[in-house]
Ligand binder design. Structure first.
Ligand code: HEM
Ligand code: CU
Length: 575
């Protein structure tokens, strides 16, 4: 075995010796995946409920459908994503900048997060926080839940600030140099999250924790909801931007090609930084007490996010076409066959991207005031977000885990075939799920309903038999997909074989066409001609300040109005 590491170290320590940040990254990823396993295990039961089949009465450990749904939403959408992103967006930018993070800080963030999750889990599992993942007041849960949620966010912010600080120091030590793409995108994402998480932090720390501890008598539901959705919308960009990093900067190389345009990639991230936050009101079109003018302004701003989304779709599509043609593909669409479909890292990401197309289209419906009134609070909404966060993000993270876990542990992926099965089954399961749920929603079936025992829905259930059956079937497909996925992951992690350092799976950073052309012309990376736009975008702090100004403009007047006119309500426990 060729290794540069001292043989006195234990084998596991040897794996991390060159890069001890690998270990903390692994902890973030694996903890996130274990918690996803618990969250996902409940999903098929919910899908059966939406097929009219009640299995909850056989499950003594869940007190109600809603306790299960709270666990599902919190663990999948909030906890898994935060862990995975914190690990990924710590490791990638540090490696790209060739800087080791401060490990004490990184582990501090990990344990802060984990302490928070244990507290929230204690409340959820004892049925003391059956609040659903939006925890709207006046529903009131145990203080443990809110404190836990705050610690989860604080943990992610510690990582975010660390990455931003590392980048700022790097800039100082490398004057005039352009930040490597992956690091640039990671910093933009963390800057966005720094602004975006403010609403949730203020809501939880200043309103919900004191209220749940009995220090204050009441809380204003509208103010709390507005702060929640201030974060609740951009959190979806916190979930998709890391997936975009993988699509833009890693996937082209994994497919055997080049990044079509580094300038576009950077531009779309600057636009996400600017436009993700000041639009949360599109989740509150149905809320009274907010003026229509604000709702319309934020609706229009929401539509602007279509621009970076389409930039992404076309640039990544072009990168894939370049890859296929380099691999000998040709024709209008014939090149698609030449892509590496046998590689689950590639396939899972492309399927994730495909699912995002109907996901984005549905999002435009949700964001339009007139159309939203048709689908608001119906099964359409969970239909929508299972092909966005539940597939575009989750399936991309599956793809990342297929190379990153072997990279971090030097253990080969346990089964390439199993990983491919997991990816295709997850994709089709979620597509069928989305068809079923969107269709049920159009009939008027409400979301968040213990449907199997619900009454008062008139003839809706009779009219929804076909989509309900689709939802039930999709739940079973997704259960099989999860079994494939988690067995590949745990067999990989528990495997005993480790490859030599020289055979380590590399970090798949792709070359861009711009870099390729410079190399062909005999220029070094530092000497490469850089578009003026790229130089301009390097000043991320300016865009950060602009983003902050925009969000203050869009929210502060409204929030001041709400604070001056509060209606405090005491807590309620409806479960
Ligand atoms: C096995 C895969 C999955 C299945 C079968 C599934 C099924 C469902 C169903 C049927 C609902 C609607 C429940 C209702 O409105 O009453 C739901 C809600 C939800 N799911 Fe999933 N899901 C799965 C995976 C995921 C993943 C991977 C995520 C996110 C990463 C996710 C996030 C959510 C969220 C946030 C809710 C909303 C909870 C709420 O309304 O409070 N799910 N899921
Ligand atoms: Cu939104």
């Amino acid at each position: 075995m060729t290794t540069t590491v001292s043989p006195a170290l234990r084998p596991t320590e040897q794996v991390y010796a060159g890069h001890p940040e690998k270990k903390v990254t692994l902890y973030f990823l694996v903890t996130g995946l274990v918690l996803l396993l618990i969250g996902v295990a409940i999903g098929p039961l919910q899908a059966l409920n939406y097929a009219g089949i009640d299995v909850y009465r056989y499950l003594p450990f869940l007190k109600s459908y809603y306790q299960g749904l709270s666990l599902h939403g919190v663990l999948n959408a909030l906890v898994f994503t935060t862990y995975f992103i914190s690990g990924l967006l710590l490791y990638l930018p540090c490696r790209a900048l060739k800087v080791r993070p401060n490990l004490l800080v990184a582990w501090g963030a990990y344990w802060t997060m984990t302490a928070g999750v244990l507290m929230a889990a204690a409340a959820l599992l004892t049925n003391n926080a059956t609040l659903l993942y939006t925890f709207y007041p006046p529903l009131q849960g145990s203080p443990l839940f809110y404190i836990g949620a705050a610690l989860l966010v604080v943990g992610s912010l510690i990582i975010g600030v660390q990455v931003i600080v590392i980048w700022t120091q790097w800039k100082r030590q490398h004057p005039g140099e352009i930040t490597p793409l992956v690091a640039f995108m990671s910093v933009a994402t963390w800057m966005m999250w720094l602004i975006a998480s403010l609403g949730l932090v203020v809501e939880v720390v200043f309103l919900l924790i004191p209220w749940s501890l009995g220090w204050v008598k009441g809380v204003d539901p509208l103010l709390a909801r507005t702060l929640f959705w201030y974060t609740g919308h951009p959190i979806v960009y916190f979930w998709v931007m890391p997936a975009y990093i993988s699509w833009y900067a890693l996937l082209p190389g994994q497919a055997g090609g080049k990044i079509a345009s580094e300038t576009m990639a950077r531009l779309s991230f600057v636009l996400f930084l600017l436009l993700s936050t000041p639009v949360g009101l599109h989740h509150q079109f149905a809320d009274t007490g907010i003026s229509m003018s604000w709702k319309v302004i934020q609706m229009l701003l929401t539509f602007l996010v279509v621009i970076p989304s389409l930039l992404t779709a076309f640039s990544v599509g072009a990168s894939l076409e370049i890859a296929a043609r380099l691999r000998g593909g040709g024709g209008w669409v014939g090149w698609i066959r030449h892509l590496p479909w046998k590689d689950p890292v590639f396939t899972a990401q492309v399927l994730a991207m495909v699912s995002f197309i109907p996901g984005g289209a549905g999002g435009i419906v949700n964001a339009s005031i007139a159309l939203d009134s048709e689908v608001h609070n119906t099964a359409w909404i969970p239909g929508h977000f299972h092909i966005t966060v539940g597939t575009a993000t989750t399936l991309t993270f599956f793809a990342v885990s297929f190379w990153l876990l072997p990279h971090l542990t030097r253990k080969p992926l346990a089964s390439v075939k199993g990983a491919l099965w997991a990816s295709w089954l997850w994709f089709w399961g979620m597509i069928i799920f989305a068809i079923g749920m969107h269709w049920e929603g159009l009939i008027g079936i409400p979301r968040r309903t213990y449907l199997a025992t619900a009454t008062g829905l008139g003839d809706m259930l009779a009219r929804a038999q076909i989509p309900m059956a689709l939802t039930g079937i999709s739940g079973m497909v997704l259960m099989v997909a999860s079994i494939f996925y988690f067995s590949v992951i745990f067999r990989t992690l528990l495997g005993r074989q480790r490859v030599a350092e020289s055979a380590e799976v590399p970090i798949p950073v792709s070359e861009s066409l711009e870099q390729f052309e410079a190399r062909e012309a005999g220029l070094s990376a530092a000497g490469m001609k850089v578009a003026g736009a790229v130089r301009l975008m390097e000043r991320l702090w300016i865009f950060f300040a602009l983003a902050l100004a925009l969000v203050v403009l869009m929210y502060l007047p409204m929030l001041i109005g709400m604070v001056l006119n509060t209606h405090l309500l005491p807590g309620q426990r409806l479960w």
